[in-house]
Design a protein around this ligand. Sequence first.
Ligand SMILES: *Cc1c(COP(=O)(O)O)cnc(C)c1O
Length: 378
Amino acid sequence: MQKIVDFIKQTFNTNEFIPLHEPKFIGNEKKYLNDCIDSSFVSSVGKYVDEFEKKIATYIGSKYAVATVNGTAALHISLILADVKKNDEVITQPLTFIATCNAISYCNANPIFVDVDLDTMGMCPNSLKSFLETNCEIKENKCINKTTGKTIKACVPMHTFGHPCKIDKIKEICDNWNISLVEDAAESLGSYYKGKHTGTFGKIAAFSFNGNKIITSGGGGVIVTDDEAIAKRAKHITTTAKIAHPYEYVHDEIGYNYRLPNINAALLVAQLEQLEKFLASKRDLAIKYKEFFLANNITFVMEQKDSKSNYWLQAILLDNINHRNNFLEFTNKNGVMTRPIWRLMNELKMFENCQCTDLKNAKYLEERVVNIPSSVIL
Ligand SMILES: *Cc1c(COP(=O)(O)O)cnc(C)c1O
């Protein structure tokens, strides 16, 4: 393990503490922030929000983008726009960041957990299909869960650490079962599946620009969709549902204050200009890690066939939970930050009674996957 610590320190060219993921502000960030401050448009009005929405939509290849205050808010609104309501059900994966399940819960809906694939670490299409075939039926064009009698409105797969899941198969299954596909693409800006950017397969998708993501605005998120009506409604309800008027305050429904401040958008416009450079650096780091870990008989998580990963968080697979625990203990004690993959959502007390399929792949990965330092190296 000393060898691994030495290799990582050498790769990052430092003897100081190495964080898991550190943001880099090496472009026009200060210039655009100053512009914001000088103009006094730092909050809910200003040109950078519009500029960012246009540029990110173009980059991702979706028709519309609506910036939000964070990725969780983007997911929450995405689910509302997929018609997820109180007592509905939403299928997702147990191996994800808590935000996915929080957003489902904010709609007063319940998650159902299906297993992940070992190779992508994302939702397994076969597990999804067999869950639906065993438990569900279509009634009046709705997917009804026969066990609970409730309607399954949406399915939220997630592209783990930037590695695309088998999203085309998942989309086909969702279409067959009249379930809206909402992609949690929070981690996958710059990741493609069969040449198409993640987040463009379903009805709607959410991305995050939290401090640890591939580009960051401190906090931020975006909703993307090709559907004009959904985009308009997303803008409307994330901005307090106010009817446009030069001075009157009239709101036509309960809205949310989920808009991204202009000052954060300014930071994002500058970060987006750096994205290609960040992606190249991460791919380069992945190649270095791959060679090193191959020579040391440790599995390094690589992008899969048909996929282009952004390699947002680099990951290795250790032999078993004891090996994993020793590795975490040793590296963190020796100045190299490492972190286990998330605790499975169905193991948290809020979600312990949720319906699940057999989750043997998720459990296998939970006990073995560790993230290692992944920052962009300049
Ligand atoms: C980061 C992240 C989110 C959104 O997080 P915010 O911190 O609210 O921007 C959602 N889902 C996943 C899987 C994430 O990693």
